[in-house]
Design a protein around this ligand. Structure first.
Ligand code: 4BW
Ligand code: 4BW
Length: 147
């Protein structure tokens, strides 16, 4: 357990606080939008990572991106859900963290992003660093300092 009374929190790394890949819902490159919408709806998350078969990170996909793509001028074009693939819709310009990045870098990134994907040196997806985890650690730290 980290002693939050010292500067130890600031010396910790993103890897120590990330949600491990095996607990993160994701879709794969090649999956169609119907599958992605199913995963998003059933897990309840608004956005999740898109990985390839080697677990490399390609982008993020969210319900809003899917819905935006199938909105036609006059109606919602549901038939597009099984014709289009996640790589045609996903967001690719995303921040990335490495497991050994300082936690301060993670705190900075989750100001503007609800979560940031974490990769190892070979660009293999390792997990996510979420705003909830960041706030939880900062809250603990501040409460301890305030005692
Ligand atoms: O299923 C949930 N369980 C718990 N405990 N909290 C949840 C759950 N779903 C949503 N929440 C809460 C969290 O506080 O709502 C926040 C916003 O969820 P989001 O964005 O819009 O789906 C959650 O904040 P968070 O934990 O800081 O997570 C930020 C974002 O990270 C989520 C989602 O896009 C992604 N995420 C978090 N855990 C994930 C995940 N994506 C895939 N798999 C996971 N296990
Ligand atoms: O349009 C966006 N611009 C920016 N800069 N960031 C956005 C935008 N849309 C989403 N985000 C990011 C923010 O980090 O995704 C997070 C989750 O969005 P949400 O929940 O699931 O739509 C955003 O986190 P947040 O800024 O801390 O906002 C948390 C939640 O508060 C949002 C939304 O439910 C609500 N919210 C924020 N600004 C709002 C708003 N609702 C209506 N109008 C606003 N201007």
């Amino acid at each position: 357990m980290i002693n939050l009374q010292s500067d130890e929190l600031l010396e910790t790394t993103v890897g120590q606080f990330m949600i491990d890949a095996d607990k993160v819902a994701h879709v794969q490159v090649g999956n169609n939008l119907e599958h992605a919408l199913l995963v998003l709806t059933k897990t309840g998350y608004t956005a999740i990572p898109v990985l390839d078969a080697s677990f490399r990170l390609h982008g993020l996909i969210g319900t809003n991106m899917i819905m935006d793509k199938i909105f036609g001028l006059e109606r919602i074009e549901f038939e597009k859900l099984d014709q289009l693939h996640v790589e045609e819709v996903m967001l690719t310009d995303i921040p990335r963290l490495k497991t050994n990045d300082p936690i301060l870098k993670g705190f900075g990134l989750v100001i503007n992003h609800a979560f940031v994907c974490v990769e190892n040196e070979d660009q293999v997806f390792e997990g996510i660093f979420t705003r909830r985890v960041a706030l939880k650690q900062l809250n603990k730290h501040l409460r301890t300092l305030n005692k």
